[in-house]
Design a protein. Structure first.
Length: 664
């Protein structure tokens, strides 16, 4: 079969970034750049020109065009800036450039001393064709140049014009793309607001904010803590489910199956006679007080993130009103959640294979939009990997179509391919394996994958050293140095990170049992009162690191991470920089919470923006100590009993007109 137009001679292959043959979009935040590369070539020795195309999805207007530049070996590159939320399309177009081919051939003929009469006539015709595609002064100028090429002026003058950059650029503005090849796919980038790519999260249970174990906390108590959270530098306050809690099979302290009458139960056992997913636990307050909390948080520069847990207690209104949304067992009872040998009789999962799945999907979308209408713009989604991928693809797309500023964090501690598929399908951010990556080798390998492979195009990590479900062995046994080291790692390796705050501040390290990652007296099942005095030292350290994050834009992105080799396997060294390297931060961490370690770093000077042999300053922002360094090797030593980490701002020497030197 003949092609539609056999005169399209340029081949376009291996376009990046492109996720699964264009099935899924890449991700960016407003103000970021999309760098596109492609293999682009044609037959013979003809020159080609290439354009990177981009436009807003759904736009009926023309594509915006930017030139692509050759990198060598038929690889081309271009980039464009995304400036507003939504979906942007991009593609690549290329064509045989007859004028550039003619200009290159002319230069060879000149060098060979050949007769140029006919060659100049060919060039004049090409310039005249460009003039016909132009208008106004551009057309007049091109026509003048065309006539000059075949005029009676001296040959040397005409050759100078023919080979000039002005002529090439003038013709290049009006190319002949009638036989251009267009890449077979129109790829997409989802552009989110800045919070999608950068932020510090703090998790607390509202019911534990009264500072009295006998009194249930409420939204007003949470509101009173907002100034403290703002002072500590947090951007997002994440609340576990705030809905009524069921009483059937309610769990008591430490997940005991026989609770006392005053035990509050698990917030994830959602629903009672007081309402379900669109209701608020009455002891927390009213819908009005929740909206007042959102407003007060906004005044402090904090957003409220709400837990989205699509499951029900046996007492949820859905169980009676829509039994078709749940799976029945052979004895007629509803199937509760299980992960053998564990049983969760207080939770009924939805049956996404039910014949009534369309109405179930619509209802769950209604739940999300209800909270969006109340002012919530961030959702932390509980266990999304236990629901169908197609459901999340649909739900997130539907919500973001109406509200592109809504963000979704996937709490999916599961297999890598499952986590990546959720991210491809629309989740804005994702929990990671960070909590369990403890050695320098593990951390280097994992973050090299997250920052330097295709994964970086769609997977935005959010690093949590602890959660209400996760108290790692490292934190259980490492004391204060372990908490400090893991916090610095989370806050500097990740542009987005979070902590289960009260437990982290008091450095809670008591596990339910030996070998368990569950907290003893877990706040998931009971009200806890935390020792605010004991939390002060860690709170001050957290505030200092968060201020460092805010002051250094290099830490606002996951993209420009460089790992620097160090000759001690107990230490990790890495840097981050802004695109222009005007801000560079170098981190060194002692991963051993028990012993002092030292080592020599092999510095990647290019990543630091430092010339070989140039003196520079390493300013430790944690201790305000300054070190004068020169060359590609530096010695460091860290005592975990003092501070197990350096956060260095790299400052280059600047010489003024008056020969005064200072470090920028």
């Amino acid at each position: 079969m003949k092609p539609e137009d056999g005169r399209r001679r340029v081949v376009i292959e291996h376009v990046t970034p492109e996720i699964d043959a264009g099935r899924y979009p890449i991700k960016r935040t407003v103000g970021e750049t999309v760098k596109v590369e492609a293999d682009i070539f044609t037959d013979g020795h003809h020159a080609i020109s290439c354009h990177l195309l981009h436009r807003r999805h759904g736009s009926s207007g023309d594509w915006a065009r930017l030139p692509m530049h050759p990198l060598g070996n038929d690889r081309w590159q271009g980039d464009f800036l995304v400036s507003e939320m939504g979906i942007v399309e991009y593609s690549v177009e290329a064509w045989v450039d007859d004028f550039v081919t003619w200009q290159l051939d002319l230069a060879k003929r000149v060098d060979a001393g050949q007769d140029l009469k006919l060659t100049l006539k060919v060039g004049a015709a090409l310039v005249a064709e460009a003039a016909a595609r132009a208008s106004g002064p551009d057309a007049d100028q091109l026509m003048h140049w065309s006539e000059t090429l075949v005029s009676t002026q001296k040959v040397a003058r005409r050759i100078e014009l023919a080979l000039s950059d002005d002529l090439r650029e003038g013709v290049g503005r009006f190319p002949d793309r009638s036989h251009a090849s267009r890449y077979s796919r129109e790829l997409q980038v989802v552009v989110d607001r800045l919070r999608a790519g950068y932020g510090a999260w703090y998790e607390l249970f509202p019911r534990s904010t009264s500072d009295d174990p006998s009194r249930h906390g409420n939204f007003d108590n949470v509101k009173a803590k907002l100034p403290e959270l703002a002072e500590m530098g947090f951007d997002v306050l994440y609340l576990p489910p705030i809905h009524p809690i069921g009483t059937t099979h309610r769990k008591g302290p430490n997940n005991r199956p026989n609770p006392q009458s005053d035990d509050p139960g698990s917030p994830w056992a959602i629903g009672s006679q007081e309402g379900g997913h669109m209701a608020i636990h009455p002891e927390l307050g009213s819908l009005a007080s929740f909206k007042a909390l959102i407003k007060a948080a906004d005044e402090q520069g904090i957003e409220i993130a709400l837990d989205l847990a699509f499951q029900c207690s046996p007492d949820h209104p859905y169980v009676k009103e829509h039994p078709e949304w749940f799976r029945a067992r052979p004895d007629g009872t509803i199937q509760y959640a299980e992960n053998p040998p564990k049983k969760y009789e207080d939770i009924y999962p939805f049956d996404f294979e039910s014949e009534a799945w369309p109405s179930l999907w619509d209802e769950l979308k209604r739940v999300v939009l209800f909270w969006v209408d109340q002012g919530v713009r961030i959702f932390r989604v509980d266990n999304p990997h236990t629901k169908p991928f197609t459901f999340w693809d649909w739900l997130i797309a539907e919500v973001k179509l109406q509200h592109p500023d809504v963000l979704f964090l996937a709490e999916a501690f599961t297999r890598p391919k499952v986590m990546y598929r959720l991210a491809k399908g629309g989740f804005t951010q994702s929990y990671t394996y960070f909590a369990w990556r403890n050695t320098a080798w593990e951390l280097s390998a994992y973050f090299d994958e997250l920052a330097h492979t295709q994964v970086a195009e769609f997977f935005r990590p959010n690093l949590w050293p602890n959660t209400p479900d996760i108290l790692t062995a490292y934190l259980q046994t490492g004391g204060r140095p372990a908490f400090v080291a893991r916090f610095v790692l989370a806050a500097t390796l990740g542009a987005s990170y979070g902590i289960y705050g009260p437990a982290f501040e008091v450095m809670e390290n008591r596990s339910f049992a030996t070998g368990s990652e569950e907290y003893l007296d877990s706040e998931k099942y009971q009200i806890r009162v935390w020792d605010r005095k004991a939390a002060r030292p860690m709170r001050d350290f957290i505030a200092m690191v968060n201020q460092i994050r805010r002051d250094n834009p290099a830490l606002h992105s996951d993209r420009r991470l460089t790992l620097h080799p160090i000759d001690n396997p107990q230490m990790l060294c890495y840097s981050k920089s802004t695109r222009d390297r005007s801000n560079v931060v170098l981190m060194v961490i002692n991963l051993d919470p028990y012993h002092t370690h030292s080592g020599w770093i092999e510095l990647n000077l290019d990543a630091l923006g430092v010339e070989p042999g140039e003196p520079f300053q390493a300013h430790d922002l944690l201790t305000d100590t300054r070190y004068a360094w020169r060359g590609g090797r530096a010695f460091v030593q860290l005592d975990p009993g003092v501070v197990p980490a350096h956060i260095f701002r790299i400052r280059r020497r600047i010489r003024t007109e008056r020969d005064f030197e200072y470090y920028l």
